[in-house]
Design a protein around this ligand. Sequence first.
Ligand code: ADP
Length: 502
Amino acid sequence: MATTAKQKIKASNGNSIDSSLDFNSGWSYSPAPESTDHIEIKDQYELFINGKFVKPAKGKYFPTINPANEKRLSMVAEATKEDVDKAVKAARNAYNNVWSKMPARERGKYIYRIARIMQERAREFAVIETLDGGKTIREARDVDVPLAAAHFFYYAGWADKLEYAFPGKSPHPLGVAGQIIPWNFPLLMAAWKIAPALACGNTVVLKSAETTPLTSLKLAEVIQEAGLPDGVVNIITGAGATGAEIVNHPDINKVAFTGSTAVGKIIQNAIAGTDKKATLELGGKAANIVLDDAPLDQAVEGIINGIYFNQGHVCCAGSRLFIQEDVADIVVRKLKDRMESLIVGDPMDKNTDIGAINSKEQLGVINKYIKIGKGEGAEFYQSSCSLPNGKGFWCKPTLFLNVSQSHRIAQEEIFGPVLAVQTFRTVEEVIEKANNTPYGLSAGVWTDKGAKIFNMTNKLRAGVIWANTYNKFDPASPFGGYKESGFGREGGLHGLAAYLHV
Ligand code: ADP
């Protein structure tokens, strides 16, 4: 495909913008696949309970596949009620006898050790994350793994300073935390959950998502290598039923969940009337808002980063784009040009921008919404890129224009590389439109004026708001949502409070 987009576009301020972009014109990148030589994936993985890898009580295993070629990577143990009970007992025992009694500075040393080993094995983690989940090696290598290690480093530092974090209070741990994580950032979500829990003196039973168990199990190996006392961290695998056993276990003091709003509601109902604490980080339908004074090229890059670079597999993905009317044509044209240059394909290739969709089921959901969007009458656009032949789950970067507020593609979480575009005239109008959603996890604002940023961040009902950037994370800054996006915060000081009685 050779696309040459040479246009002189009139900006709202009358300036002429040269968008002479020459994409894909007759040349392409040579393949640059990351090597898999240095990694080891076992044929079968057991449950990590009480410091050891043990067989599941019922002897059942399920496959985990590579979504880019549908080949089986490994068989993974399915934990049932008995296994969950064993894991919770191990965690309780470790809490009562070791972890809550250990001086906080010693706890901190173990957490530092995990962070360091994770850094040493960063390449291995990145490759396995990409093989098991379908995300690009670039994202796994540059985002997931370094951020996961950064979370362990950050919370290791807090372990012996909790009384400074909460001056005048006497913070103490909750006990045993049951943690359930999704498939979009498997290692990072495990780090978000385990690091603060340990720093605060809790012990943990964590369940990874059924389609992405491998990096959690690698983390279990790291935890073993770090010499953590047995039972402090237990990592089990299984699907929703295993998660429900954790949530309903009577000896869990806290449930930390990241996943869909539907399951979040089930969990909230399940723990109602108990004294279990909960942090729920659920779905999102973020508004990415471009004002007419914004640096447009940067904004386009932020839009691409917000929805396409991660296959749209982020609860905070900028899946609704609002463009101020007088720059709408320019932004859409630039966006389409940039979409043409995106490479969809082998996630292990360092040139790939958009990897594989995590599972056949998820691809089905995305395709269902594309059909709904077309049926609702929105204008449909997909880049003309080619998709890998044969096996694997793929979706081209997709755009819907002329979307209205009532369209389902503007209201419901799709969790794929599908962007719904609307326009607006005034700031008041866009704030109303942006807030008109059951969700409230994140948002983005693009403008040249600091005053406009402050005005909008005050009025947007979203837990995280990025200004002139998108999808930036740091262990020191809290993350979490309003409304149906959940409650409680992870990251920063707020993330400590979620694991303490203060
Ligand atoms: P996603 O849409 O990201 O797959 P889910 O909410 O279905 O989100 O899954 C997120 C995590 O919750 C996974 O680890 C999954 O196994 C787990 N899970 C699914 N159903 C339940 C349930 N009823 N109780 C507890 N955990 C569950």
